[in-house]
Design a protein around this ligand. Structure first.
Ligand code: ZN
Length: 139
């Protein structure tokens, strides 16, 4: 069995961002030369997510509005977590909803996804360097 491991790095200019990383993950798969197996993509930070959905600007704005309704950033003192002098209590909750990782089947050297599926990095407490792990195993 072959195994491949690589980090993708992000440093978003805003607090929240949604970045399509499908091309970067596909590039990892090509580099791995794995034809059949599984590809795990996970955020290495507790205030960021990796998820799969449609790349459509209206939907991305809908996600952001929905997450802000569920866990508004402000006022920051509404979160017990922020008593630790942090201000990212909302980002922990947003991450929980949007998930930590995705696993995609690898078939004939390609990411085996549905027609509209795209892999996203969801950032909820950006403006600093953060990373995503890509781990691919197979033959
Ligand atoms: Zn925190």
């Amino acid at each position: 069995m072959k195994s491949f491991r690589k980090y993708l790095w992000f440093n978003t200019s805003g607090r929240r961002d949604y970045i399509n990383i499908t091309r970067e993950v596909s590039a990892c798969l090509k580099e791995s030369k794995i034809q059949e197996g599984l590809c795990l993509v996970n955020a290495m930070h507790i205030t960021a997510s990796v998820y799969i959905n449609d790349d459509e600007s209206g939907l991305i704005q809908d996600y952001d509005d929905w997450l802000e309704k569920l866990a508004p950033h402000a006022p920051v003192d509404q979160y017990r977590h922020n008593r630790t002098m942090e201000d990212n209590g909302d980002a922990h909750l947003k991450r929980q909803i949007m998930g930590r990782e995705v696993v995609v089947a690898v078939t004939e050297g390609e990411l085996d996804m549905g027609p509209w599926e795209q892999i996203f990095y969801g950032e909820f407490d950006g403006r600093r360097k953060k990373r995503v792990l890509v781990k691919i195993i197979g033959e």
